[in-house]
Design a protein around this ligand. Structure first.
Ligand code: PLP
Length: 431
């Protein structure tokens, strides 16, 4: 399997190279040259296969010869060692809970798979890399935890000062070891801009062996497609063609779902659900893509004004907007709707939604054709957003024991301005 750049000017590379490089040298994002096709028998079989088994079967053609099959299988068993249950919460509406990993957000899936693969490549080749990651909340914690203690890797997390919840912040600023947190005086877009600029700086890339772990890395994107098959399989109906709603920020999660669909996964369509940072719903409506500065909302992991994976989506559909519109509907909700949905669903069903998942629920509810199964993705555990949940429902979400240890840790960060020169100087000073 070769990976090509959405920029169209880079040489195709193998899975290993695409994962190690992060971004393609022409500034584009790597994408499989051809999505493998899984036939009908694959889908009837996976009705009886567990998540890790499905993940291995899907991963094989994408990884090719870069990782021997028995190694790949054991990397998957170790990295994806938590459950991803599908639960029915009301008629035709199911939730795929992706928040049972160590940091209680769906990014654990991508980050842990990627860290496992990169760790194996590094051990095999005896090299050291520096991973730069910009986060609006959950990426930083998932990546930092995924890579914590992984040999041959140093992780630098950039996050916007005062714009992530205390809970999220604790999950990546208390770890120490090979993890460094930079508290940037700016927005998430500023952080992402700094990371992008670092990758354009050849001297830096060479010196630090820079790699990325943002959702632009194919090593994170690919495993995110695994759970779409697993969600479908849990409906236990070979004829099901569910509508799938994905709460989206950088649109990596949605892209992974589209890849699964392209490979043969039967679905009716996708809803791309966002908060008021609605550049993608606007693009679907008008055909014009206009990046804008992001606006802060309750669903802060989706506060993205220039979603990078749209480049992959457009590439996948050959820039054909009509084709895109046939498979993806846009949806956006504001903070008031988000809170009302949390309150309403709790009152009617007893189910607690975090603000991101609430937008997923509402997007599905408003776009679900009659007599069709619907699946929305729950991207974070409600306990990560206890304040909002409390206000909306009067209830205190229970914090899973695995998260309590973060809250006890001490925050350790390096404060930095948003100027490129300052960041570059910092990077040159390490090691
Ligand atoms: C990152 C994140 C999203 C957005 O996912 P993308 O792949 O960037 O679209 C949604 N919800 C939560 C909780 C997240 O952490």
């Amino acid at each position: 399997m070769k990976y090509v750049s959405t920029g169209g000017k880079a040489t195709p590379v193998s899975f290993r190279e695409a994962l190690m490089q992060g971004q393609a040298p022409d500034g584009g994002l790597y994408f499989p040259e051809k999505i493998p096709h899984f036939g009908e028998s694959f889908f009837t079989k996976i009705l009886n296969v567990d998540f890790r088994g499905i993940a291995f079967r899907v991963a094989k053609p994408y990884v090719g010869d870069d990782i021997p099959e028995p190694v790949l299988e054991s990397l998957i068993r170790e990295a994806l060692d938590f459950e991803i249950p599908l639960k029915k919460i009301e008629k035709n509406i199911h939730v795929l809970e992706l928040f049972h990993g160590p940091t209680m957000a769906f990014k654990d899936v991508g980050a842990r798979f990627m860290a496992a693969c990169m760790g194996w490549f590094n051990r095999n080749e005896d090299r050291e890399v520096t991973i730069l990651v910009a986060t609006s909340g959950d990426t930083g914690s998932a990546v930092a935890n995924g890579f914590l203690g992984v040999e041959g890797t140093r992780v630098i997390v950039l996050y916007p000062k005062g714009k992530v919840s205390e809970f999220q912040e604790k999950q990546f600023t208390t770890l120490g070891h090979n993890i460094t947190a930079l508290e940037i005086d700016g927005t998430f877009d500023d952080c992402q801009q700094l990371v992008k600029q670092a990758f354009r700086d050849e001297e830096l890339v060479k010196k630090l062996n820079l790699s990325s772990a943002n959702s632009i890395n194919i090593g994170r994107l690919l495993p995110q497609s695994f759970y779409y098959y697993h969600g479908w399989a849990q409906l236990q109906d070979a004829d099901a063609r569910p509508m799938v709603c994905v709460p989206s920020g950088n649109f990596g999660n949605l892209t992974a779902g589209l890849m699964a669909h392209r490979s043969g996964l039967p679905v009716t369509g996708f809803v791309a659900a966002t908060n008021i940072n609605r550049v993608v719903p606007d693009y679907l409506e008008t055909g014009v893509f206009t990046p804008r500065p992001s606006v802060q909302t309750l669903s802060n992991a989706m506060d993205v004004g220039n979603p990078s994976n749209l480049a992959r989506i457009r590439f996948m559909y050959n820039l054909d907007l009509e084709k895109i519109r046939k498979e993806i509907r846009g949806f956006s909700a504001d903070d008031v709707q988000t809170k009302n949905t949390i309150a309403d669903v709790y009152r009617r069903t007893g189910y607690l939604l975090d603000p991101h998942s609430a937008i997923g629920y509402l997007g599905l509810k408003q776009n679900l054709p009659e007599n069709t199964a619907g699946i929305f993705i729950a991207t974070a555990h409600p306990a990560k957003f206890a304040g909002v949940i409390r206000e909306a429902t009067g209830r205190e979400p229970e914090i899973p024991t695995r998260a309590v240890r973060f809250l006890k840790g001490k925050k350790d960060t390096i404060p930095l301005g948003k100027k490129w020169e300052e960041f570059r100087e910092f990077l040159f000073a390490i090691r």
